[in-house]
Design a protein around this ligand. Structure first.
Ligand code: HEM
Length: 245
């Protein structure tokens, strides 16, 4: 997964740049450590919630890392090496999201697609009735996010890059809509889903504030990097059309 590929050249000559197996191994290790960290930090939760959320949270962190590597490299030349990891962090971020989804489908809605979109069997009427509008909408947003993620996952390889040519870059820009969908999906579950006026609220998830911080940081880095590129292009006298390339 990578939005642009034009700032990778010097870093690609390093050992990390040449050895993709090493990068995959390190990213897998990172994914395991982050997932285990989330799991241990919330060990008192029921296993279904603890496991699906640990994978989900690790997924959003890896995808965020994939997104900010480009802006960070643009802002600070010394961080160009980060762009080498953009593809791997994106790939394992999406694989973790798939695992999160499978746990939800198996452990929460038992593969019942009507339950997934907010319906439940009414005990007296013995038919499906809509009871969880927000849950349904948030899951549909999650499914759209996953579809975007899968497209990026299947095109995050050199063969696709060669085959698709300039279209490849356009497809990889899909990481931004993916991130927007993830933010809305996660915000619903972190801040709204468990609030009821007639039921005691569960212990707040400690991730609430760090997640908000992460979203602001991603936005800030993207805005600063865009501003820096715009200012550089303006100083070089590039036309707005060329500057966008
Ligand atoms: C790229 C795709 C996705 C990402 C990155 C993602 C990420 C997340 C995150 C970070 C959370 C909050 C975890 C927490 O509270 O600590 C979450 C919650 C949740 N997501 Fe997703 N998700 C994705 C796709 C999906 C899909 C496709 C579904 C439905 C099939 C789904 C269903 C849920 C549910 C039900 C919860 C609440 C979990 C709980 O309370 O235990 N997600 N997701």
């Amino acid at each position: 997964m990578s939005a642009t590929n034009d700032i990778q050249q010097p870093a690609e000559q390093s050992r990390w740049g040449r050895d993709w197996r090493l990068r995959h191994a390190v990213t897998i290790l990172l994914a395991i450590i982050v997932t285990a960290g989330f799991l241990i930090s919330r060990g008192e939760w029921s296993p279904m919630h603890a496991w699906n959320r640990a994978f989900a949270d690790a997924s959003s962190i890896l995808i965020a890392l994939s997104i900010v590597s480009g802006p960070l490299a643009r802002l600070w030349g010394g961080m160009k090496w980060l762009t080498l990891w953009r593809r791997e962090t994106g790939i394992y971020g999406v694989l973790l999201a798939i695992t999160h989804t499978v746990i939800i489908l198996q452990g929460w809605v038992q593969w019942d697609m009507l339950r997934l979109v907010g319906y439940e069997i009414h005990p007296q009427l013995l038919q499906y009735v809509m009871v969880q509008h927000g849950f349904g909408l948030a899951n549909i947003i999650g499914i759209f996010a996953l579809c975007y993620g899968l497209i990026l996952l299947f095109t995050s390889n050199n063969a696709s890059q060669r085959m698709l040519g300039s279209t490849w870059k356009f497809i990889q820009l899909g990481v931004y809509p993916l991130w927007a969908l993830i933010v809305v999906h996660v915000a619903y579950f972190l801040y709204m889903h468990f609030q009821h006026f007639h039921r005691p609220a569960p212990e707040p998830n400690w991730l609430q504030w760090p997640f908000a911080g992460m979203v602001i940081l991603v936005l800030l880095l993207q805005a600063l990097a865009t501003w820096k590129v715009w200012r550089r292009n303006r100083n070089r006298g590039l036309s707005p059309k060329k500057a966008l390339r």
